[in-house]
Design a protein around this ligand. Sequence first.
Ligand SMILES: Nc1nc2c(c(=O)[nH]1)N[C@H]1C(S)=C(S)[C@@H](COP(=O)(O)OP(=O)(O)OC[C@H]3O[C@@H](n4cnc5c(N)ncnc54)[C@H](O)[C@@H]3O)O[C@H]1N2
Ligand code: MOO
Length: 637
Amino acid sequence: MSKEFNRKVYLQDKPRQQAKDELIQKANLLPEIETVPTRNGLGRVTALPIFASLSMPHYHASAMDGIAVRADETYEAHEQRPLHLKKNQQFIYVDTGNPVPSEFNAVIMVEDLQEVDEETIEIIAPATPWQNIRPVGEDVVCGEMILPQGHTLRPVDLGALLAGGVLELPVVKKPKVAILPTGNELVQPGSPMKPGDIVEFNGTVFSSFVQEWGGDPLLYDIVVDNPEHIRKAIENAADEADMIIINAGSSAGSKDYTVHVISELGQVYTHGIATRPGKPVILGEVKGKPIIGVPGYPVSAYLALEWFLRPLVYHYQGIQEPKRETLHVRLGRRVVSNMGAEDFVRLNVGFVNGEYIANPLTRAAGVTMSMVRADGILVVPPESQGFEQGETVEIELYKPIEAIRKGVLFTGSHDLSIDIVSSLLKKKDVNRQVISSHVGSLAGIMAIRKGEAHVTGIHLLDPETDTYNLPYVEKYLAGEDVVVIPFLKREQGWIVPKGNPLGIKTLEDIVEKGGAYVNRQRGAGTRILFDSLLKKHSLTSEQIQGYEREMFSHLSVAAEVKEKENSVGLGVYSAASTMGLDFIPVADESYDLVMTKSFFDSEGGTLFLDVIQSDEFSRMVEQLGGYKVVRNQSSIF
Ligand SMILES: Nc1nc2c(c(=O)[nH]1)N[C@H]1C(S)=C(S)[C@@H](COP(=O)(O)OP(=O)(O)OC[C@H]3O[C@@H](n4cnc5c(N)ncnc54)[C@H](O)[C@@H]3O)O[C@H]1N2
Ligand code: MOO
């Protein structure tokens, strides 16, 4: 029988550092030692100092191919007075690595010898004692310490150990980390999915992090939301592992039993930390093993793991946690933050006009792709309310600086073709890819104006002239050094559910048949097109059901339409077809690129142009359907 717990749980707002210090201090980590063959030692941490049991070399070895001689018998040799030496009496032949017998003390290289006959050689310069000989222990001396304890073994270390006669060595046992995914909604990857099911992927991410940090992950089966099951799983884990991670059920929901179970079985030190995301963390102990309850949302979970598990895993191994590179960047957009809690903001970073520009990604804790895309993370301290656009801040980097320097910062209206450009660009240079933020056409133009992007993609209809894009460039980018590149003609149309259940063909149909419209954000080209269609048909936004619900890309409009029977959106054909939806063409529009002149002239710009002018690109884009690649002359402003 499962025991019912009181639902009311109030989370603490404990400072992260304090929570971490307490956890580490209370964690009674008792690292164990194991012996491994030196050959399998890569990445392991030495548990004790390691001493050589053999010298390297363990005999005087010739360092060159040549002859071994007694130096004092060669002093007379001179260019004008060549000296003859007798084989087996005054010299012997040796190769590199051969032992030099004790009666000899120098080696002369074969290049410096003249063979007189089978038994005699001639030299024209004296040898100095010990020249070209590697004395015993030149590399490693028997009894010498090869490595201290707490050293992470690298390939070169393994060589020195083997040379020093160390065939096996004591290392710190990898800490075993039990990982318990919990939740009735979770199913194993690959299972058939019904609504409400969620693929259990956090477990794999956690296991992989644990391996990266030097631990040994034990990923458990999914545990259902039932206190009895959770209790059993935790008790089991505490017997088997050195530390325990339990995922989800950390908050205050009706099925969030974790904190109660932990306090029953052991002790809870912390429930709730002053961070966003990541607040509902549980830190405690069961049977003397540290246990960390991390929130279910993936981004919160990964961050919490890094804050609390990573230090434990490194601490157990007796080594320093590696630090990330940091970088000063200028913010392309404002970042607001609540006082009293640390905010963690994932960012894209680009190098524009000699400056690093960072744009915040979504802050939603359920968006794993924001972690995939992020170049770095900004930590906004608890006492700060955030930063203004244009402010310089220090961030931690997730990627090498080289890749960031070479990234092409695309800010503007989303189009699937930009993903194709990115992948073709990466094919040309692995360090180059397009980092795109989807902000709409007008915001894209503004980003170019402020020097916060290399390229923008725009599709802006000017209702007065009934032309696309150029009027906007002339208006908003007057006096800026930019290049306009005619890029694509694409079909915009009504995106409707498969089979077009409402039978929508025109704008009037949406009003008359009660279609629920999925709109785009202000400043988006598609929004401007829709508003101008409304005007043309003498309709008002009040007549459009759903007008206030704004999405930020064609694909999110399509995804929304897929969800609802009576919905309709405006967007490109490729978005409809990707989602398996129907499409009714409305207008052909021009989607063009605007880039800064300095990017146009740069190596990155040249590669970018090569890509978009390639046949491969045209083929891939036209395959999406609804596109025609345009090959007109660019105009330089
Ligand atoms: N009334 C309140 N509700 C919530 C609060 C709060 O303070 N008061 N906090 C919110 C925050 S912030 C977070 S974070 C979540 C944390 O909730 P739980 O830790 O209880 O997690 P679940 O609700 O079970 O799961 C949330 C979500 O996470 C995904 N998930 C979970 N496990 C996995 C997994 N193994 N693999 C992949 N994805 C997983 C899944 O999408 C779940 O829906 O609570 C808020 N609510
Ligand atoms: O902690 Mo929740 O993690 O803010 O999303």
